[in-house]
Design a protein around this ligand. Sequence first.
Ligand SMILES: Nc1ncnc2c1ncn2[C@@H]1O[C@H](COP(=O)(O)OP(=O)(O)OP(=O)(O)O)[C@@H](O)[C@H]1O
Ligand SMILES: [Mg+2]
Length: 260
Amino acid sequence: MAEHNTSEERADDMQTQQAIAVEGLTKIYGTGESRVAALAGVSFAIDAGEWVAIVGPSGSGKSTLLNLLGLLDRPTAGRYALAGRDVAGLRGAELARTRGELIGFVFQSFNLLPRETARTNVELPLVYAGVPGAERRRRALEALDRVGLADRAGHRPPQLSGGQQQRVAIARALVGRPTMLLADEPTGNLDSATGADILDLFAELNAGGVTLVVVTHDSTVAARAGRVIEIRDGRSYERDTVRATPAQVAAPRQLQGVLS
Ligand SMILES: Nc1ncnc2c1ncn2[C@@H]1O[C@H](COP(=O)(O)OP(=O)(O)OP(=O)(O)O)[C@@H](O)[C@H]1O
Ligand SMILES: [Mg+2]
């Protein structure tokens, strides 16, 4: 137990428990007159097992941030350590493997393949991971069942409602059993009852140790999180200190080694 550890061991534990650490994360889109600083230097750390909501006005940089955290895009500047490892040097197959092993991603726009069934869409990350067919099918059906869509496994996205497509996207994010789930407005297209079911599912995952980072406009979703980070004008603020100083603080001490 932690209380029996020496302080040095505790520092080690904290380092291994860091799911995400970003420092000065910056993303510039375009050049000249069309130049947009979507993120203007964001710094924060998220421990393994945390449930963090990311909130902020439309266009403030939430999806941009989540895409960087999900290794779907690269920052213009700044550093990102994922599970204690600087990701800047990851390329190709290693990048894909890291993403596949650690991260489940729910896109704001679902990104489902319209011609494939719900089951095949959910299976896709397992295809990339080299999981055999029968096992893939079993796990895809299990994931669809978890989001209440077992009876729609054979439907294609155009035959599903917006909320059902969203749940397929959530099942696809969960099927690889990620240690971290990044979700962009996961309840944005759901009625309040279905949204509450998804939040209960998230709570269950979080209780099982999955780190959750959820972008949301919905205050009931943010209220379920243990912590709220607000993005405004490309900068991040801890919700409680939003009127005081920006959370542009140096990364916690135990990170310095990882990030430098
Ligand atoms: N590929 C891109 N090229 C150019 N500009 C972009 C691109 N993607 C996003 N932006 C700009 O970056 C800013 C942040 O966009 P982002 O999608 O991260 O906002 P958001 O907070 O997710 O908004 P919303 O709540 O509406 O989803 C916006 O001003 C947007 O116009
Ligand atoms: Mg967005």
